[in-house]
Design a binder for this molecule. Structure first.
Ligand code: ATP
Length: 189
């Protein structure tokens, strides 16, 4: 079993998350890509993050209909801060895990709780991202698979800001996620 793991705040899940999962699935011959919304992301303590229930629902909508993508609620269901090291421990040891990250996250991986354990447990698939230098990824994360994707200058922050400003976010997020954001009044002005 080769499992891709793509964690994030997913506030909201957007086109770059899906593209990273898609590229990793095909380039690395994975069996499944597991999308894990973070419960209480410690690196975003004090920041304004949407309720876990909203981020979970949007993640389910984002991956619906793609049979090799699955949402996983083990982080949103857990009390306390979310640490990737604990999450990885909760998968069976015989599974081969590929952690799928943006280049910014990969460059910062040594700031993670128990990062050496994380790097010992997984191999890495990294999606290039504007502003994140390949050398910084190499220095922090060591050997990794660089995904063959275009760089997309998209982030949750940018999508929330556009929404607050009244700009369209259609096609930056899946249509069902857009519908959810509209019907729940998320990121309202
Ligand atoms: P925010 O602006 O709210 O921090 P984000 O989209 O950057 O949002 P997450 O939802 O936490 O952040 O991202 C989850 C994972 O997806 C991280 O590994 C991140 O690096 C990666 N990712 C997000 N956007 C991109 C992008 N445009 N290109 C490459 N990787 C990305």
């Amino acid at each position: 079993m080769r499992r891709g793991i793509l964690g994030g705040t997913f506030d909201p899940p957007h086109v770059a998350h899906l593209l990273a999962g898609e590229a990793a699935f095909w380039e690395l011959g994975l069996d499944v890509v597991t999308f894990l919304p973070a419960g209480a992301p410690w690196q975003k303590a004090g920041l304004d993050v949407s309720a876990p229930a909203h981020r979970w629902d949007m993640t389910c909508l984002a991956v619906a209909g793609i049979d090799y993508f699955e949402p996983d609620d083990r982080e949103v269901a857990r009390e306390g801060w979310t640490y990737t090291a604990d999450t990885l421990d909760s998968f069976p040891s015989q599974e081969e895990l590929v952690l799928i990250l943006g280049a910014d996250a990969a460059a910062g991986i040594r700031s993670w709780h128990r990062w050496e354990e994380v790097l010992g447990r997984v191999s890495l698939a990294v999606m290039p991202r504007p502003g994140a230098a390949p050398e910084a990824v190499e220095a922090a994360a060591g050997p990794h698979h660089l995904l063959d994707t275009p760089e997309l200058d998209v982030s949750g922050t940018m999508i929330r800001r556009r929404r607050r400003a009244g700009a369209t976010i259609r096609f930056l997020v899946p249509e069902a996620v857009l519908g959810y954001i509209e019907s729940h009044g998320l990121y309202a002005r």
